[in-house]
Design a protein around this ligand. Structure first.
Ligand code: NUP
Length: 227
């Protein structure tokens, strides 16, 4: 059973270098109306070390994802994932291009959700990544990962790739606002969560912004899919 539920929501990316600000934001999102998860990436991790994962976990009750985009040999990758899970992460994000042995090694830890990147959001992802996205989605299904990352910046790819996986796998899609995607673009094409960083943490009132974005994506989903 996955730690993140497969229902529409927002994952707030805490890509902030100030630890106090990140802790406050986590507390605010914890209180926000809607379905949320939090994501810690490398910038915050480099400021706070693994203890930042535990600290964020202490101040919030919503699922916490460690986005280390793990991409090393099986032994090292599983060490990184183990440290993140032990510190309190409910899920880790890893690259799938490293191959099924690495993915299996992390799944076999059985310590939390495993989310694999199937296609990235940035323009350069079409140069190499995209050539293997279909294969990586199929591998995610075969190996039994909990979630995959698909690009909200390319809604047509979310639509196509989401059809290759099963209903038991959730889809998270970054790229909203700061990278050009409109709120709801990914959700109406098959994603479950939209990942939002700058548009929330750079706003005047991050909690209000998150709640407004949540309402916006739910409304778009409702109007489009009769949800
Ligand atoms: O392909 C990806 N694109 C992407 O932006 C995979 C990701 N994990 N992300 C992450 O989503 C990125 O590391 C950042 O934490 C977040 C997007 O942030 P923003 O563009 O909303 O500020």
């Amino acid at each position: 059973m996955s730690k993140l539920s497969k229902k529409p929501g927002i994952i707030v990316a805490l890509d902030i270098k100030n630890i106090d600000f990140a802790l406050n934001l986590a507390k605010e999102i914890d209180k926000a109306k809607g379905n949320y998860a939090l994501k810690i990436g490398r910038p915050l991790e480099m400021q706070g070390g693994k203890s930042i994962i535990s600290k964020i976990k202490e101040v919030s009750n919503i699922p916490l994802i460690y986005d280390g985009k793990i991409a090393d040999i099986p032994f090292i990758s599983s060490e990184i994932a183990e440290i993140a899970y032990e510190a309190g992460a409910d899920a880790v994000i890893m690259h799938s291009f490293v191959g099924s042995d690495v993915i299996k090694e992390i799944i076999n830890l059985n310590m939390g959700d495993v989310i694999t990147v199937v296609e990235m959001t940035h323009p350069g992802a079409v140069e190499y990544y995209q050539h293997y996205s279909e294969k990586m989605a199929e591998a995610a299904l075969k190996l039994g990962v909990n979630g995959i990352v698909l690009p909200a910046t390319r809604p047509e790819r979310v639509k196509k790739l989401s059809k290759l996986i099963s209903d038991s796998i959730y889809i998270i899609s970054p790229g909203i606002k700061a990278q050009g995607a409109k709120p709801g673009d990914a959700i109406i094409n098959g994603a479950d969560y939209e990942v939002v960083g700058r548009a929330i943490y750079e706003s005047e009132e991050p909690r209000k912004t998150a709640e407004a974005l949540y309402q916006e994506i739910i409304e778009r989903k409702r109007l489009t899919l009769n949800f």
